[in-house]
Write a protein of this length. Sequence first.
Length: 372
Amino acid sequence: MARKLRVAIVGLGFGAEFIPIYQRHPEAELAGICQRNPASLKTVGDQFKIPEARRFARYEDVLAAKDIDAVHINTPIGEHARMSLQALEAGKHCACTVPACTTVDEAIALCRARKRAGKVYMMMETAVYTREFLHVQTLVDQGRFGRLQFLRGSHQQDMSVGWPEYWWGFPPMHYATHAVSPLFSLAKAVPERVVCYGSGRIRAEYIARYQSPFAVETALFKLRNSDIACEATRSLYETVRQYRESFDVYGEKLAFEWEQLANEKHVLHTGGENAQRMETPDSGHLLPKEIAPFTTGGVYDEANQHLSFFQGAGHGGSHPHLTHEFVRAALDNRPSAVDAPVAAAWTAAGICAHQSALADGTPIEIPDFTKV
């Protein structure tokens, strides 16, 4: 019998969505769950029939467990870098929700730790595994777009109700990966330099937390070794907009534009004044049959909602794809599709963009994380 990857999920809010995927993945085993809150740990453990011995209240105990191969981190943003570094230093494969870190120094440390450990790291970026992205990526790879000329992304969200306090006043571009990752992936390049401007102003008590005044931040990225430019816009507070996590792609033969309203259908521009609404196919056929149904349903639904999942329109069926890529990368002993240097570049793009906005649009260089 082939060996299975034994994974512990750390953080059981949004993280609970991945529990049944690991339980049903033919090459993985859910080896533990970890949550500091004992009531939540019991509730989730009972719901998914997790043995008492595999329920951990302390992250340190997960890392010390010799029969756990990997951790999947779904904790607050400020913990991501620290916990990822600890996992790699403990000899565990590490998956971590976005963003990978909050400073450029943390991004550099993550790349170096990944290299030292020789273990798999993967930032679990949903935007590059949605059914929309996978379909457009196929069209690009088939040459249907011709030469790519410009890409634009956005992530606009109202986080004023229902979110933990640490989100209040969070710099928009410090959580930019959903907006920028499809652009950089389709362009097959990483950002080299950014110019960003902040716009508007949020309430004083929000500004005080992170010293970030802007309601909206919009950035223009120059890509490394590419003639394509990319634009991205982020907002979190006091800017009215239906949730939007989008990307647009403009090529010489074809263009794709994200729908304006939810469930309105995306648009393909086919030349001249010709355009059509696009049906986006499901992506379950790309996955093992045991987890394919999770592209269209999961733990969270209309009756049992988590804000990140509900506002994000189910994250486009991405969760089983992320899980499968992480499991296969670990078992194949190869870098994941969003390895540490890629994750660092995508995350630092936003960090550096915010630095530019605070400096009134001064251009900021983004490190080449393949060389750290």
